[in-house]
Design a protein around this ligand. Sequence first.
Ligand code: FMN
Length: 232
Amino acid sequence: MEFDEVVRGRRSARGFKPDPVPRKVLEEVIELATRAPSSMNTQPWHLYVLTGAPLDRIRRENTERNLAGVKPSREIRSHGEYQGVHRQRQIEIAVQLFQAMGIERHDTAGRQDWVLRGFRQFDAPVSIVVTYDKELEGGDIAQFDCGALVNGLVNAGWSRGLGSVVNSQGIMQSPVVRRYAGIPDDQVIMICVAMGYPDDGFAANQVVSRRRPVEEVATFVGFDDSAAVAAG
Ligand SMILES: Cc1cc2nc3c(=O)[nH]c(=O)nc-3n(C[C@H](O)[C@H](O)[C@H](O)COP(=O)(O)O)c2cc1C
């Protein structure tokens, strides 16, 4: 696939075929993703590629603890509830997904089912847990590096027919993830990526999320002579 085709075609997958993903394919995807830039080429990331029984235990205990009201214990800092434009965009994608799935506004059971799917990482056959070295905790750069890697993972996966969804729902109960994935104490759990062959019949998989236009996102400086003169 061409680069543009991959980037434009990719969208999060939240419904998967049960087919296992060959380890060889995952290794290829990870190898491509590790070409991501990182600060001073420090490559502070580690990946725990989970499937089968360990992943099922994580899904089960993550769900049980969340349902029992155990406070989320993510190891990365949260900004709290989204407000303003961020909240609007959050709502927009939620509405798109619920519409696709036929979940009405007051359908409490439907909404609950959707949340539970998220806790189970949408029953994907594979979850890749991304961690970084704890000695870098306190700065912001290692998280940035991991983000670059994760972008590579989802796009490289897509180029090989794999769908994925980056998700923080799967690591809400990080001690559970740490225990069953065997993550040592010198690493911080950053995020996880649920991955597998997408079920094209699953309505939410067809949702294309909107993006802000370039003129809104980017401020070009020094390109326009008249602006330069005005500034000068
Ligand atoms: C850091 C991060 C956390 C996310 N957490 C979740 C999640 O918990 N559940 C979920 O369904 N999607 C989650 N997503 C996926 C986003 O909702 C999705 O990437 C966004 O809506 C854009 O849609 P697209 O990936 O289809 O382009 C997360 C994405 C990122 C980058």
